[in-house]
Write a protein that binds this ligand. Structure first.
Ligand code: ATP
Ligand code: MG
Length: 660
């Protein structure tokens, strides 16, 4: 963030939102959390509260001597305790009826399905861990995982956790360069990949990508290859380095050593390193450890999604993102939940694929991203209407602020008007959800992530670090360490301190702009790096984009500031119209009027450019920094996490054509 962007004022509070949705009575009566006193109790004695949660949520081989050791900004949670994530996600569910409950319900892109019970998962994770051990993986070795969304991804993650070998999962959509960068950064000595993965009927050549990546790395000893697409992918195996996973598993079976007891690991043993999405710059290698992370993810999963024994939980995130780590694998499996795992995309073979899955697997809880919801809106409600989605009882979102319009559409057309929505704010760094409704207690407001989770001490502060009054915008900070927090940036304590702890000593700086309303509800305004400064008014991108998306012709919008002699910065909007809408001069004028009317004359965009797409990270987040580069005619910044390089060229072309 530059000094100019930081400014001295606070973000303006502009949009009004009056809609309210109290918890449905029946859900409230049976919810995981029913007593509002929990907030005050957690606030009075956070360490006692976290210790109690740690006892309820996680099975420990050895208890802790100290709940928290805080040598700011370095935290240790559950000091002296021993634990294993794989034991907690698998072994302990074998006692009693959960053993035969589905742990993972998998659907591949071509429509193949697999149901893996907890008993099956136990056998598979043991066999995988025994095999990795036989291949030489030891406690402390780093294992890079570059797989499609197939059960093997979860199984290998858990097998690594069983051995105490930290994994680094790299999203299967990343290029060889990005894979190599991540391998080099964390010095991985093993890679687990597959021959390929399915994407819209075509094969993504993961093994070939890995081969290219391994030419740029020197640390990898062994490359394990899962067979996913079979003959469709002509892979070449390198003698002495590459091993077929199915053959290695077979050999382990033949050896008879198919069990692998979980290592007793220190609570602070590294569980994984994961790189952020790169919306704002070069990705950061976030380190998470074992005990606190398990407590945070499993607790938030149980309370925020109101988990019941017979729920079918579907988090649509890829395991390559933190959401996939915390809410496809560790949180839900630690809770003994049934999780749906899907390999494909929402629009293949048709735009109703998600809804077909919901109906087929009787999904009860759905957790997805605003970017997906905005696509569904663009495609229209006919697609969800094709399917019986009456099994759904709760909906969640994560990844970006959700525009009130998208929230309402989600509620109505996916949730049938009956399902509560939990808008959950958190980051790769925070490990688990930090701000979210508790569905049995919290009255929700479309567009607000509502309130901090019990035990999470967040605040909104001004430039000096003083709390801003309700109604004013500022910077989101966390005042107290929390169990699932990142421990450092891998191999770079200095950057860890610089990035998160140097703006306000003693407070974690999240990098997001936020405002609290008169009831203390949190409204995210956008990233601090994206904040606009128009005639000395600081305006978040979120409210402008929400105003644009609230117009019936608009599917998606991204707003940036461009230099302006008079106002300092002026507002420029990139707008993707809904399908079939004529993007002409009249619409341009109407939209500028519309924003001025919704927010105020100061918010009237100086220019609007229609584009058929917006630049997004591979996790679906809008990259405004690239739009700024386009608008100012600069060379593009780091594009390694960009979903589709072609899109940027196309936007540039459309932008310049409309300028003329
Ligand atoms: P980088 O840090 O490399 O720029 P990133 O911030 O996109 O990447 P993530 O950790 O995946 O990487 O994303 C966390 C960010 O996503 C948050 O800081 C916030 O800006 C945004 N976010 C996530 N959930 C929400 C939400 N419910 N409401 C508002 N913003 C959200
Ligand atoms: Mg970030």
């Amino acid at each position: 963030m530059t000094q100019a962007q930081a400014g001295s004022g606070a973000l303006e509070a502009l949009l009004q939102e009056d809609r309210r949705f109290p918890p449905p009575a029946e859900l409230a009566a049976n919810a995981s959390v029913r007593d509002p006193q929990i907030y005050a109790a957690a606030g009075r004695d956070p360490e006692a509260y976290w210790a109690a949660r740690a006892e309820e949520q996680v099975s420990w081989f050895r208890p802790w001597e100290q709940v928290l050791e805080w040598k700011a900004p370095f935290a240790k949670w559950f000091v002296g305790a021993e634990v294993n994530a794989s034991y907690n996600c698998v072994d302990r569910h074998l006692q009693g009826p959960r053993a035969d409950k589905p742990a993972i319900v998998f659907e591949g892109e071509p429509g193949d399905t697999r149901t893996i019970t907890y008993r099956d998962l136990y056998a598979q994770v043991n066999l995988a861990a025994a095999t990795l051990r036989r291949l030489g993986v030891k406690k402390g070795d780093k294992v890079a995982i570059y797989l499609p969304m197939i059960p093997e991804a979860a199984v290998v993650m858990l097998a690594c956790a069983r051995l105490g070998a930290p994994h680094t999962v790299v999203f299967g959509g990343f290029s060889p360069e990005s894979l190599a960068d991540r391998i080099n950064d964390c010095q991985a000595s093993y890679v687990v990949t597959s021959d390929g993965g399915w994407r819209r009927g075509a094969v993504v050549p993961l093994k070939a990508n890995t081969d290219a990546a391994l030419e740029r790395t020197s640390t990898v000893k062994t490359c394990v290859v899962v067979r996913r697409v079979g003959d469709a992918a002509g892979v070449s195996m390198k003698e002495g380095r590459d091993v077929w996973w199915h053959e290695a598993l077979e050999q382990t079976t033949e050896s008879g050593q198919t069990e692998c007891p979980p290592e007793r690991l220190d609570a602070e043993h590294p569980l994984f390193i994961l790189y952020t999405s790169g919306s704002t710059g070069k990705p950061k290698g976030i380190l998470h450890t074992t005990g606190g992370y398990l407590v945070g993810t499993s607790l938030t999963h149980k309370w925020i999604f109101d988990l019941k024994e017979d729920d079918v939980f579907w988090c649509t995130a890829d395991v390559g993102w933190v959401t996939g780590h915390s809410y496809v694998v560790y949180g839900p499996l630690c809770n003994g939940a049934t999780c749906v795992m899907f390999e494909g995309t929402p629009d293949y073979p048709d735009k109703d694929r998600f809804w077909a899955l919901v109906a087929r697997h009787k999904v009860t809880i759905l957790y997805t991203a605003p970017t997906a919801i905005r696509s569904f809106m663009r495609w229209g409600e006919a697609y969800p209407r094709r399917h019986d989605m009456s099994s759904l009882r709760l909906l969640g979102t994560v990844g970006e602020p959700i525009n009130p319009e998208a929230w309402m559409w989600y509620r109505e057309h996916i949730g049938g008007g009956r399902c509560p929505i939990v808008d959950t704010w958190w980051q790769t760094e925070t490990g688990a959800i930090m701000i979210s409704p508790l569905p049995g207690l919290t009255t929700t407001k479309p567009g607000s992530a509502t309130l901090p989770f019990p035990g999470i001490d967040v605040d909104v502060v001004d430039e000096r670090g003083d709390p801003v009054p309700l109604g004013r915008g500022g910077y989101l900070v966390v005042r107290r360490p929390w169990p699932a927090m990142l421990r450092t940036l891998w191999g770079d304590d200095e950057r860890y301190i610089q990035t998160y702890w140097s703006k306000y000593p003693g407070m974690y700086f999240a990098g997001d702009g936020c405002r609290r309303d008169e009831e203390g509800y949190y409204w995210f305004l956008g990233r601090v790096d994206d904040v606009l400064n128009v005639s000395a008014h600081r305006i978040g991108t979120m409210e402008l984009e929400s105003a644009l998306v609230s117009h019936p012709s608009v599917a998606e919008a991204a707003v940036i500031g461009i230099p302006d002699e008079i106002t300092g910065q002026a507002i420029a909007a990139f707008v993707t119209p809904k399908m079939g809408v004529n993007a002409d001069e009249a619409l341009n004028h109407t939209l500028r009027q519309h924003v001025a009317q919704k927010i105020g004359p100061i918010a009237r965009p100086k220019l609007i450019r229609f584009t058929s797409e917006l630049p997004k990270t591979r996790s679906g987040k809008i990259m405004r920094r690239l739009l700024r580069d386009i608008a100012e005619g600069r060379i593009l910044g780091d594009t390694s996490t960009l979903l589709d390089a072609g899109v940027v060229a196309q936007i540039k072309e459309q932008y310049e054509a409309q300028e003329a």
